[in-house]
Every structure is written in structure tokens, then in C-alpha cells.
Design a protein around this ligand. Structure first.
Ligand SMILES: [Zn+2]
Length: 181
């Protein structure tokens, strides 16, 4: 991708195995195969690498914000140990019924990152695993690549059928290959 300005990543289903009962502690955080190697591949690119994640388990009272923050610190630490880099995590802690501006499919998290890092949206790419990630990227003007490694993987192609063409690949490593091509 020419003039790449930033890489945005969803967390669950892209970096780690998605759980229908939420990742509530570090023991439940399981890196997906090849995710660490893929993150190492992009670490030397001169662009911010930022995670955009909905964590409604906080708003639902299932896990505390400090516990999720601790999971993210540990994730960033392990990624760094493996030679990779995650510069910052942008997180929505709200429940769907709170109607916040930051819960994907709304673009709030992406807009926040674009503003904070002064990024041209059209030169950024969001790697996500769900239709709502695609919708958030569209709403923010970012490019997107979808991966099948999340719980929605089997349905993604059908969900995207009536949408503008978007790259749909197996996992983060394949998405990174597309970006580096
Ligand atoms: Zn929110």
C-alpha cells in the first residue's frame, strides 16, 4: 500500500482468539497462530500501530476497566518481547444500549486516533474480523481488510456481499502480506 499512514487493528478475532464469554483475564488471552510473527513484520514500518477494540464486558459489569487495562499492558509487553509493537489501545467500554459514539460500528475510536495522530484517513487501513469493523472503517474514511479468524468468519463473505469490494483474507498474517505487497 502506497503512502501508508497507520495500521489499525481490532483485537478479539484478529490478534487473539475471540471468546463469546469475553476475555476476562490474561489466562483467557490466547494469541492467534502467526499473530505475533505478523506484528513483528510491521514493527519497522514508520507508522503508528493502534488497536481499536469494543470491550462492552466493562459496561456490563463482567470485568473491571483496570483488569482490561492490565490485559492490554500484558499484550503490549508480549508483542514487544516477540519483536513487535502496539503503540496504543483505543477502547470502547460501553454497552450497546448506552449509544456512545465510540462503540463500533460507529467510527468514534477511529476518529479519535486519526485526530490524535494527525492521520489522513484514506491512507490508513483497519484490519478487523467483523462486519461492524468494516462499517466503522467506512464511516471514518479508512481502508479496511477483513479476516476470517474471528467468530463471524464463516458469515463474513455473505455479510459483505452487497458492500463495496473489500479484501477478505484468512488471518492477520495474510492481511499484513497484502499491506506489504
Ligand atoms: Zn463507547
Amino acid at each position: 500500500m502506497n503512502n501508508l499512514a497507520a495500521i489499525f487493528l481490532d483485537r478479539d478475532g484478529v490478534i487473539n482468539r475471540e471468546r463469546s464469554d469475553y476475555v476476562k483475564n490474561w489466562r483467557e488471552f490466547q494469541f492467534l497462530p502467526n499473530a505475533l510473527a505478523a506484528l513483528r513484520q510491521i514493527a519497522t514500518l514508520p507508522v503508528p500501530i493502534l488497536v481499536m477494540t469494543n470491550q462492552s464486558a466493562i459496561g456490563r459489569g463482567i470485568v473491571s476497566r483496570s483488569a482490561v487495562d492490565a490485559i492490554h499492558r500484558q499484550m503490549q509487553h508480549e508483542v514487544a518481547e516477540a519483536g513487535g509493537r502496539i503503540d496504543q489501545v483505543f477502547m470502547c467500554p460501553h454497552r450497546p444500549d448506552e449509544n456512545c459514539a465510540c462503540r463500533k460500528p460507529r467510527p468514534g475510536l477511529l476518529l479519535q486516533a486519526l485526530h490524535q495522530y494527525d492521520l489522513p484517513a484514506a491512507h490508513t487501513v483497519f484490519i478487523g474480523d467483523s462486519f461492524t469493523d468494516f462499517q466503522a472503517a467506512q464511516a471514518a474514511g479508512c481502508g479496511s481488510i477483513l479476516v476470517r479468524s474471528g467468530l463471524q468468519g464463516p458469515q463474513l463473505a455473505a455479510l459483505l456481499a452487497d458492500q463495496p469490494p473489500v479484501d477478505l483474507v484468512d488471518d492477520l498474517a495474510a492481511a499484513i502480506s497484502l499491506i506489504l505487497r
